[in-house]
Ligand binder design. Structure first.
Ligand code: NI
Length: 146
């Protein structure tokens, strides 16, 4: 069976502020610049979620895209849309809400939720039209390291 990658694109808005509460203001300002401004700022996030699997010979689908859409909506977008990432999202608690930390947290929200035979391949998360991050999961340990 051919193995095909399928991508769903989603969109939401969030507010955030990049700072560490355990650092003094001066250090936050030096490291995070205007992103540390006290009242925060917003982004229009765009995200491509790519999964892969074999094409079902009966349906011609890897999976029903509605299933992927509903999963991403329920596990990710509902929690983030029109929210403040620093204070309103339990699964981001204690993390600086950079795009890097966000993409890994989103990956962990989705990776074990897919239908049997379908794997999460890649997430591309755009914070601005010019900045994006990409995550494909960490390499699976081989067990050779001891
Ligand atoms: Ni920002």
């Amino acid at each position: 069976m051919p193995r095909v990658r399928v991508t769903r694109r989603v969109h939401w808005n969030s507010a955030h502020r990049l700072y560490r509460p355990d650092w003094p203001d001066e250090r936050n300002a030096r490291v995070f610049g205007v992103c540390a401004n006290p009242h925060g700022h917003g982004h229009n996030y765009e995200m491509d979620v790519t999964v892969a699997g074999e094409v079902d010979p009966e349906t011609g689908y890897v999976l029903d895209l509605k299933v992927l859409r509903d999963l991403v909506e329920a596990r990710v977008v509902t929690d983030l849309d029109h929210r403040n990432l620093n204070v309103e999202v339990t699964w981001l608690a204690g993390q600086v809400p950079t795009t890097e930390n966000l993409v890994v947290a989103i990956w962990n929200r989705l990776v074990d939720q897919l239908p049997r035979g379908v794997t999460l391949e890649r997430i591309v998360l755009w914070e601005t039209p010019r900045n994006y991050v990409e995550y494909t999961g960490d390499p699976v340990p081989t067990g050779d390291e001891a």
